[in-house]
Design a protein around this ligand. Structure first.
Ligand code: DGT
Ligand code: CA
Ligand code: CA
Ligand code: ZN
Length: 580
């Protein structure tokens, strides 16, 4: 029976009306209709066919017409209008446990929260908790609701999805008749988690291509198979499946389709508004002036004809990207990275030697690396005692003599202890070139005896030998939430002490995350992107960190390990002399 679906649609309209500030009477009439539809024991379709809709309690002529429209078209004018009128990302907030229409309206009005990412940021920054009638407990509950929604919505970490997407893309490119093919959607935008993988290709023989796509090795289920679109799932960890959509378009509209299907939806809405202001029409087939296509084959043509430079996909989230200057669009790339400043070896919990890590970095074209093994308190990670660390320093210096053409910096990933002091004394730290300070223990809050994560980090930044803070919030995607931290205070502290903040590039972490990285850079704080590799294979994760940095809007001069070795040494020197 369609009754439940109808009831849901009416309830949704009531919610959206309430967000929109409609009068109570109108909201209640949709709520009442929703209840009636839910409670009705007869199939509404039959009732409608027999013309008996208005016999039902609370269903007048207008509601009956809407029901008929829904039965015909699966939607209603009023629903479409509301979804058009409100920011496109706003209705999704209603799906979060604890976020009713009143709270959604409040955050929209007071904090300009327009989508899930905005909401997460408002919670992280503490602004959410400060709103009237909300508070910290409420913020925590909503944050849990968001986390639950994200995991239960089955989002897949970028680090798992991207290799699968690239493999599938390569296979699509190999099919005969395929002229061009690219990844689209959130995976192209480098989001930390992916709902489904979108692939786009240009070809004339769509049906054949889809037929082959749905038979690719590894496909578990075929969800759709048509002339222009195929949808399948492949298996990933823990028995879960990941959806992959392939769309086939004509070469002439490949650029327009790539733009459209890369999204985000919110970015596309902005772009379409801009087109309308210029008396143009933009859709997935092209950019049109009256009936004539003025762009479509190339994505940069679409942006160009709208008077814009190509916006990097990572920025397409409706965060003001349409008004950025060209130099702000010139984002950091993997090629700009000159070294990796957070690497482990067999001395602590790594699997490779100093030389092996150095040779692998050299093969990537790096100019330097920093060996940063764990300090003494990280006992489960085989952290080095002071004596072992002294020997390790000598071993790294020796290795640096042996391995040519790359500089191996002596470093440590030194624990920030619960009282905010560092795990090694200053005289030992002073013998190193580069110190990453990280919190690994007592990450929870609640105990009144220890400092908050924020205060611990601020205290560590005061130490002149601490060059960078490692994985600053401690989160593990889908496994552990970030420590409760005041990111504004951290950013301010970093700026005052000339401390660099890390974007840990491991796809399990991506910490700082995109929005925090943006916050830091906007304040003028330098970042570094490190893999935290425990094996030479881990070095390849650098690209996830670069994508995250790009999403934060980073250019290469924001990133310490894009500097030359001399430039990096200067940054380190600044910190030491400023805090001497
Ligand atoms: P995901 O898969 O949840 O990680 O996120 P996306 O961004 O990949 O979203 P998806 O797969 O639903 O759709 C891919 C892109 O297609 C999306 O970013 C923008 C475009 N798109 C899809 N549906 C709509 C729509 O209803 N309106 C507009 N303007 N664009 C849409
Ligand atoms: Ca997608
Ligand atoms: Ca999709
Ligand atoms: Zn660590």
């Amino acid at each position: 029976m369609i009754n439940a679906e109808l009831a849901k649609a009416f309830a949704r309209i009531a919610d959206l009306l309430e967000i929109d500030g409609a009068d109570k009477f109108r909201v209640n009439s949709f709520k009442r209709a929703s209840r009636t539809l839910k409670d009705c024991t007869e199939d509404i379709e039959t009732v409608a066919c027999e013309g008996r809709l208005t016999d039902l309690p609370g269903i007048g002529k207008g509601t009956a017409e809407r029901i008929s429209q829904f039965l015909d078209t699966k939607t209603m004018d009023v629903l479409e209008e509301l979804e058009q009128k409100l920011p496109p990302g706003l209705p999704a907030l209603l799906d979060i446990q604890g976020m009713g229409p009143k709270k959604v309206a409040l955050v929209y009005e007071k904090l300009d929260v327009r989508n899930l990412d905005d909401l997460k940021q408002a919670i992280d920054s503490g602004q959410f908790a400060e709103l009237p009638g909300l508070g910290k407990a409420s913020a925590k509950k909503i944050a849990e609701g968001v986390a639950f929604l994200e995991t239960s919505a089955g989002r897949t970490p970028l680090g798992i999805a991207l290799p699968i997407g690239e493999e599938m893309l390569a296979r699509v490119r190999n099919l005969s008749g395929v002229r061009r093919a690219e990844l689209a959607g959130s995976i192209r935008r480098g989001k930390e988690t992916i709902g489904d993988i979108d692939i786009l290709c240009a070809a004339e023989n769509g049906k054949e291509i889809i037929e082959q796509f749905v038979q690719f090795e590894g496909v578990i289920r075929v969800l759709a198979s048509g002339a222009t679109k195929g949808s399948v799932t492949v298996g990933i960890e823990k028995g879960r499946e990941l959806q992959i959509d392939l769309r086939v378009v004509e070469v002439d509209s490949f650029g327009a389709a790539l733009q459209y299907f890369t999204g985000s939806k919110e970015h596309n809405v902005r772009l379409r508004e801009l087109a309308i202001r210029k008396k143009l029409r933009l859709n997935e087939y092209g950019l049109f002036k009256e009936e004539k296509a003025i762009a479509g084959e190339r994505e940069d043509g679409i942006y160009g004809q709208l008077g814009l430079s190509l916006i990097p996909p990572e920025l397409r989230e409706d965060r003001g990207e349409l008004t950025l200057a060209d130099d702000q669009l010139d984002l950091v790339t993997l090629k700009d990275v000159r070294g990796d400043l957070h690497l482990h070896t067999t001395a602590s919990d790594g699997k490779c030697t100093i030389e092996e890590m150095a040779e692998a970095c050299k093969a990537l074209g790096y100019s330097y690396l920093a060996i940063c093994d764990h300090s003494k308190s990280s006992t489960i990670a085989n952290g080095l005692t002071i004596k072992r660390m002294e020997e390790h320093i000598a071993a790294i210096r020796e290795a640096n003599e042996r391995v040519a053409d790359i500089e191996i910096l002596v470093g440590s990933e030194c624990d920030i202890l619960p009282d905010g002091t560092l795990d090694y004394p200053d005289d030992l730290l002073a013998q190193c070139d580069w110190i990453v300070a990280s919190i690994h223990s007592a990450m929870g809050t609640g105990s009144s005896k220890k400092l908050s994560a924020t205060d611990r980090t601020l205290a560590a930044m005061e130490n002149r030998y601490v060059c960078a803070i490692g994985h600053p919030t401690g989160r593990l995607i889908h496994r552990r939430s970030a420590m409760e931290m005041d990111m504004s205070a951290i950013v301010e502290g970093a700026l005052e002490t000339s401390t660099i903040l890390e974007i840990n590039a491991s796809w399990h972490r991506l910490d700082l995350k995109d929005s925090h990285a943006r916050q830091a850079m906007e304040a003028g704080v330098d970042l570094c992107i490190n893999t935290d590799a425990h094996h030479v294979d881990g070095l390849a994760q650098m690209r996830f960190g670069v994508m995250t940095a790009k999403r934060g809007g980073a250019c290469k001069n924001n990133i310490a390990n894009c500097a030359t070795l001399a430039g990096l040494r200067k940054l380190i020197g600044n910190k030491r002399s400023r805090n001497a």
